[in-house]
Design a protein around this ligand. Structure first.
Ligand code: NOJ
Length: 866
């Protein structure tokens, strides 16, 4: 089988292109309700709010506000508060489409006044959520859950109510506190634990700050949190606002201090974490499907010297027998670090072309008046400040930045990519430094560069100044956090258009909705044990933000890694959704073949990953249709297990594959938490852990052992390991049926060619297949059923199951199939030619040599003794 590797092409976004508050003074005195209009359907409400008393801090208050509350769907409530008299900055609906933009206008026209200055509450409800406007002075509002009326409110704004000024907005909600509410989300920050920490302030202002720094505002902004209440009853809260903000979580309250825009709050009713993700991504955009090859292993480094250096890395992997799917080049290939150029000496076009061709043929996947600059100038598409193009500094020196709000910017970007693609056909784009990172800090020009309220990151620092302007007079002040999202969209759309295939875009900077276009890596971590551990909360957060294709730099980016750390890192990183080794120019080389013990662990861990590729890919499909993350916290499958809510050192892939990595130097065992159930070691199918209630189990974790378990109750579709994803895709399937304590199991598999633009598109059913599996076992009899949702692609491409493994038939003795007792669709197959059925240990047997087409529904029955 020919290996299949790719070259990834990197775009770094570089073109040659207080007031201090006195303690006693409140920030605001709140608003009172003047009138309320309610829609006869009871689904929406509009209120007029009036300022009670002004304050002097952070500028004058806005006197009159409109509040709109609407159930946009049965599980999504929107509460929007904005200036009655003046339009204010809101994220344009072209960027994140919203449904009820015009409803308030029509609402005020159609509906009658229900309440005028009377001291009572007004509720609307169209779902499990209830919105209540309390006509108190100042007014407050609450969101409660209908099915849990007496429990704590989900959101409960507190006195003195909201503050609404031009450059300062504040809103707070009380929370029930310890063991009554667990919060997750609000990023992007590197954190020691996944759960939000009471006492922390989360600042959202996209910044080029290395991910190795704890608790600082990093590359992306996601004002979204998941709130889990006792019993696992969950809801989500989004403040859809792109301005800089500080969000303080005390454990018993959450408060937002925002430097612009409006309040646009969304409440997602859940009630499970998975349901919240479905509802959240329904609003912000479902995650982009990733090409099949993107689930292979990637190698990168900042500092590869020339084409022969790249070649020697590809050779190194081949020689060591470690799968390598994608070879990356960092900024090193560029001519003087300019986007869309090649270094004529070290990465000349002829050698690069030969290299890319070699990769592609191996069926592996990858100028000087500066045209890009000149064309950008010609189109006038650069960001401006004070009347001229804003000049920043990044890798090449002086640079201009494209303005993706400009109507011609996406065409311009597409054309640059197209021109480059014709020179060198690369397979994906890496968009870096798009916070926007700037190596200089400009002098302040006006109050946008120096706002009265200082969020905990200087807004001017090492970025494009907030006083810069985009097309349509949109200020960088308002749009700063959107840059990475807009660039991701432009790159995604350009690649789709140029190649006609499913694009792969990796973006460092992200915002709400970025997952619709791009994958993400967690940024510049450091090669140390702490950062190995932090990678778990970071990847789980990305999943919560609707960006499921995520990974951290394996073996660590900055500083020198070492054999033990790199070994433990690949043992963990082989299971990140996006699995890439990447290092910094000044650090030692860390390709996985460099140390023999790392190479052995890489073969083992990546071997299992490649066997699980159909499972990962099916999870990508699940993410695409429902927004469920690929890598999930334990509580996603066990929401009512309060211990699972605390776990930051283990995670799940999908519903039931649990990774329990070693995160400490010198450790030879790991204390892993097992939620209730039977858990089978996925490397050897034995080493069963039975957790009658959730419990910690000390597992052996000698230097080369890796703890990955599948929970009883899951059916995994697997294939054989290989050196490339393409080679693996051509192998027969194994169905691993792991029964739970009640003798049940289920699962599914999604199949397509891995690069058709849509995943599971309705318009051409011949391009994909989806098959659901269920299993049950009782008193020595078992049944496994395959129900075909769409079988065409699998049938056309002759995908077959050749192996079935049953786990969990009982716990102590070997299970043996009774004679004449394996039937497929009523035909006895146990004695068919080539079919073998063998006991493979306690409670399990394996069936080999089947050729059961996946594209056809089937029912398999068996009887066994033990
Ligand atoms: C910053 C990125 O985070 C890192 O991954 C990359 O290697 C450097 N820029 C150089 O391009």
């Amino acid at each position: 089988m020919k290996p299949y590797r790719r070259l990834l092409f990197f775009i770094s976004l570089c073109f040659s292109c207080s007031l201090s508050l006195s303690q006693d003074e409140p920030t605001g005195n709140g608003y009172k309700v003047n009138s309320v209009h309610i829609d006869p359907s009871g689904k929406s409400l509009a209120a007029k709010l009036q300022l009670i008393n002004s304050t002097s801090v952070y500028g004058p208050d806005i006197r009159n506000l409109n509040l709109f509350a609407i159930f946009e769907t049965s599980n999504r409530l929107r509460v929007k508060i904005t200036d009655t008299d003046q339009p204010r900055w809101e994220i344009p609906a072209q960027i994140i489409p919203r449904e009820s933009e015009n409803f308030h206008r029509s609402l005020s026209e159609r509906s009658q006044v229900i309440l005028q200055e009377s001291p009572h509450v007004l509720s609307i409800s169209d779902s499990d959520l209830i919105f209540t406007l309390n006509n108190s002075t100042p007014f407050t509002f609450t969101v409660t859950r209908r099915s849990a009326k007496d429990s704590d409110p989900l959101f409960n704004t507190t006195a003195p109510g909201i503050v609404f000024k031009d450059q300062y907005l504040e809103i707070s909600s009380s929370l029930p506190g310890n063991n009554r509410s667990w919060l997750y989300g609000l990023g992007e920050h590197t954190k020691k634990q996944f759960k939000l920490n009471a006492g922390d302030t989360y600042t959202l202002w996209n910044s080029d700050i290395a991910a190795s720094n704890l608790d600082l505002p990093l590359y992306g902004s996601h004002p979204f949190y998941l709130d889990v209440r006792p019993g696992g009853i969950s809801h989500g809260v989004l403040l859809l606002n792109s301005n800089g903000m500080d969000i303080t979580y005390t454990g018993t309250s959450i408060s937002y201090k925002v430097i612009g825009g409006i309040f646009d709050l969304y409440f997602f009713s859940g009630p499970s974490p998975v349901a919240v993700m479905d509802q959240y991504t329904e609003l912000i955009g479902r995650p982009a499907p990733m090409p099949y090859w993107a689930f292979g292993f990637h190698q990168c480094r900042y500092g590869y010297k020339n084409v022969s250096d790249l070649e020697s890395v590809v050779d190194g992997y081949a020689k060591a027998g470690i799968p390598l799917e994608v070879m990356w080049t960092d900024i090193d290939y560029m001519d003087a670090y300019k986007d869309f150029t090649l270094d004529p000496i070290n990465f000349p076009v002829d050698k690069m072309l030969a290299f890319v061709n070699r990769l592609h043929n191996n069926s592996q996947n990858i100028n000087n008046s500066y045209g890009t600059y000149l064309r950008g100038i010609g189109d006038g598409i650069f960001l401006r400040r004070n009347g001229s193009n804003y000049l920043g500094k990044v890798w090449p020196g002086d640079v201009y930045f494209p303005d993706f709000f400009h109507p011609n910017a996406s065409d311009y970007w597409k054309e640059e990519i197209n021109i480059f693609q014709k020179i060198l056909p690369v397979d994906g784009l890496w968009i870096d430094m798009n916070e926007i990172s700037n190596f200089i800090t400009s002098q302040p020009l006006n109050q946008l560069d120096d706002p009265p309220y200082k969020i905990k990151r200087a807004v001017l620092e090492k970025t494009v100044p907030p006083s810069a302007v985009h097309y349509g007079n949109i200020t960088e002040y308002d749009a700063h956090n959107l840059f990475g999202l807009l660039e991701s969209k432009a790159a995604h759309d350009a690649l789709t258009n140029i190649t006609g295939k499913r694009p792969f875009v990796l973006s460092r900077s992200t915002f709400v909705g970025s997952g619709k276009y791009a994958a993400h890596w967690t940024g510049d971590n450091a090669a140390n044990w702490e950062n190995l551990g932090y990678s778990i909360p970071s990847i789980l957060n990305s999943g919560l933000f609707g960006i499921p294709m995520v990974g951290a730099d394996i073996c660590g980016f900055s500083g020198d890694t070492n054999e033990e750390l790199c070994r433990r890192w690949i043992q963990l990183g082989a299971f990140y959704p996006f699995s890439r080794d990447h290092s910094e120019i000044n650090s030692i080389r860390q390709e996985l073949y460099i140390w023999e013990s790392v190479a052995r662990s890489a073969r083992k861990a990546l071997g299992l990953r490649y066997r699980l590729l159909p499972y990962y890919y099916t999870l990508m499909y699940e993410a695409r249709v429902k927004g469920t993350p690929i890598a999930r916290p334990l509580f996603f499958s066990f929401p009512d297990d309060s211990e699972a809510l605390e776990i930051s050192t283990q995670f799940l892939i999908g519903n039931g594959v649990m990774i329990s990595p070693v995160l400490q130097q010198g450790a030879v065992s790991v204390s892993a938490y097992f939620p209730v159930g039977k858990w089978f070691n996925l490397f050897n199918y034995s080493d069963l852990v039975i957790a009658n209630t959730g419990e910690y189990v000390r597992l052996d974790a000698g230097s080369e052992s890796i703890n990955v378990h599948v929970r009883g109750g899951n059916i995994l579709a697997m294939q054989q390991e290989a050196m490339t994803t393409k080679a693996s895709r051509l192998t027969g399937f194994e169905l691993l049926v792991a029964f739970d304590e009640d003798g049940r199991a289920d699962g599914e598999v999604f199949l397509d060619d891995g690069e058709v633009v849509e995943m599971g598109g309705e318009e051409d059913l011949s391009q994909w297949s989806l098959v659901r599996f269920t299993g049950s076992v009782e008193a020595g009899k078992g049944v496994v059923k395959a129900q075909v949702v769409n079988g065409t692609y699998a049938a056309d491409h002759k995908f077959e199951v050749d192996k079935l493994t049953f786990l969990g038939l009982e716990t102590t003795k070997p299970a043996t199939l009774k004679a004449n007792a394996l039937y497929v669709n009523g035909f006895e197959v146990s004695k068919s030619k080539g079919v073998s059925v063998k006991s493979e240990g306690a409670g399990r047997f394996g069936v080999k040599g089947l050729s059961q087409p996946i594209g056809e529904s089937f029912e398999l029955e068996f009887e066994f003794t033990s």
